[in-house]
Design a protein around this ligand. Structure first.
Ligand SMILES: Cc1cc2nc3c(=O)[nH]c(=O)nc-3n(C[C@H](O)[C@H](O)[C@H](O)COP(=O)(O)OP(=O)(O)OC[C@H]3O[C@@H](n4cnc5c(N)ncnc54)[C@H](O)[C@@H]3O)c2cc1C
Length: 452
């Protein structure tokens, strides 16, 4: 039985079905929303107009799941977990009918809930979250109805930044109000500064170090501005991208183990710790950070899909594990690519690690080759050992996915010295003769070991 019908839940159900046919394993999945197996990651590109049709974001419809022998019950919300009795209570949101259903194996994949501070005006028409396809549709409806062209995005994490791009593409004047000193708090502030400057270069007004205190409404009750302690920013539409928390209300009420970040705690097989027949994955769990050795909450679809596959294999009678993450993420705002993996300076300090840091400028292609674009790479390496700890990259085309080189090196526990020797592909249209990541690694070798 699966609770939550998106990335983690339906990956688990599908993988379990691949392991065992309908005669051997009955699979029931509950989803309270209108959609299952959709890509929330695509919402900014749908709102921005790069993806024209909402249905392109749906990987598999409920009917397709049912054809594969998964009893997916849409618009059905699980309202209680009885782990001692091995049953869940679910409510049909259309009829209101509620009933208990028994399980032998339970998968919790309830995702995350967006943070929505209880500010005056926050629920006014024209204020939108972007967590679900329904949210995306509601925002598009508002954009179609509104004649004004001023948008305020609250929050400058990757979702806020991607939504700023979407609104720019729609022809809006965009202001981003951000609590942090710089946008993209998943980067160190010096790298976030580059994102800030590039966003201003795109015509986006950046307001950092500012807390939204209320949303102001006009006589018609609709949003008209966003207020901070110091100023008001006129808005015809407001998009919230303030972050998410694990959706673990049911799990907590059932007494399942939660970590410091309110996410469920699992073992490597994604089994909830202490429970033989309950698994959990996706945005509702905490994951092991392989670099710091600590548990973190990272809400990313890439993890949710992998968790689902591992859970499905195990619940289907096989064996699979998810070893942990190194914290890799990539995003963009217009043509600026932003990537990170591993630890930031403050993560390394928190983990008690001493480190050297280096920053280099390079280009995406050989400097003489047409289209070569600048990129900045920052690298952290452990003092004395030279173990790679983290990489952040900001640049134009070709910058973002370069972080995968560092992700592999981190996973393998490589030193910056070993990174300099990696046999990476080179030809002028793809890279300078020393890839920018290796240029940073060479400088990091110098910082850790001195001249050699
Ligand atoms: C705008 C946006 C952009 C993103 N971009 C990226 C990206 O570029 N890269 C990336 O890796 N990730 C991205 N993500 C994150 C990614 O979408 C999530 O990490 C992923 O969807 C998590 O999958 P999940 O199955 O754990 O949770 P969810 O997708 O949240 O699914 C959980 C499901 O459970 C249902 N549910 C919850 N409680 C109950 C209940 N009690 N009963 C029944 N059903 C319930 C919910 O309705 C929901 O459908 C983005 C997210 C957003 C919002």
């Amino acid at each position: 039985m699966v609770v939550g019908g998106d990335a983690a839940g339906m990956s688990a159900a599908s993988q379990a079905r691949r392991m065992k046919g309908p005669d051997e394993l009955e699979i029931i999945a509950f989803e309270r929303g209108h959609f299952a197996s959709y890509s929330a990651c695509g919402i900014p590109y749908w709102v921005g107009g790069d993806v024209s049709d909402r249905d392109e974001l749906i990987a598999r419809t409920p009917e397709e799941h049912r054809e594969r022998g998964i009893d997916l019950r849409m618009r059905t919300e699980v309202t209680a977990l009885d782990v001692a009795g091995g049953r869940v209570r679910a409510r049909d949101l259309e009829s209101g009918a509620e009933e208990w259903t028994s399980y032998d194996k339970l998968v919790i994949a309830t995702g995350a809930r967006p943070i929505r501070p209880p500010l005056p005006g926050i629920d006014a028409p024209g204020v939108h979250g972007v967590q679900t396809l329904d949210d995306g549709q509601a925002l598009l409806d508002t954009l179609a109805r509104t004649s004004g062209r001023r948008a305020v995005v609250v929050g400058a994490g990757y979702i806020g930044v991607e939504m700023a791009e979407a609104l720019i593409n729609r022809g809006y004047e965009v202001t981003v109000v951000n609590r942090g000193k710089e946008p993209m708090s998943t980067l160190d502030p010096d790298m976030g500064r580059l994102v800030h400057e590039a966003m201003e270069g795109l015509g986006i007004t950046m307001v950092n170090d500012a807390e939204v205190t209320k949303v102001l409404t006009g006589e018609d009750g609709r949003v008209r501005a966003v207020a901070t302690e110091d100023a008001e920013y006129p808005a015809d539409v407001v998009v919230l991208g303030i972050g998410v928390r694990p959706e673990t209300t049911l799990a907590q009420a059932a007494g399942l183990p939660l970590g410091d970040h309110e996410g469920l705690l699992t073992d490597q097989a994604m089994r909830v710790r202490g429970y033989e027949n309950i698994w959990a994955g996706g945005d509702c769990v905490e994951v092991l950070d392989l670099v710091s050795g600590r548990e973190r909450h990272i809400a990313l679809g890439t993890h949710a899909n992998k968790h689902g596959q591992v859970i499905g294999a195990n619940a289907g009678g096989g064996y699979a594990t998810f070893p942990g993450v190194v914290g890799t993420a990539v995003s963009k705002v217009c043509d600026l690519e932003i990537a990170r993996t591993g630890l930031r300076e403050k993560d390394a300090r928190r983990a008690g690690l001493q480190f050297e840091k280096v920053t280099i400028e390079s280009t995406s292609r050989a400097g003489y080759y047409p289209g070569a674009a600048p990129m900045t790479v920052k690298m952290l390496a452990e003092r004395r050992t030279g173990r790679l700890l983290g990489v952040q990259i900001v640049g134009r085309e070709g910058a973002g996915k370069r972080v995968d080189i560092a992700a592999v090196a981190l996973t393998a526990g490589m030193t910056v010295d070993q990174l300099t020797a990696l046999d990476l592909g080179y030809a002028p249209p793809f890279s300078p003769v020393w890839d920018p990541v290796q240029v940073a690694a060479r400088k990091a070798v110098g910082a850790v070991f001195g001249k050699r």
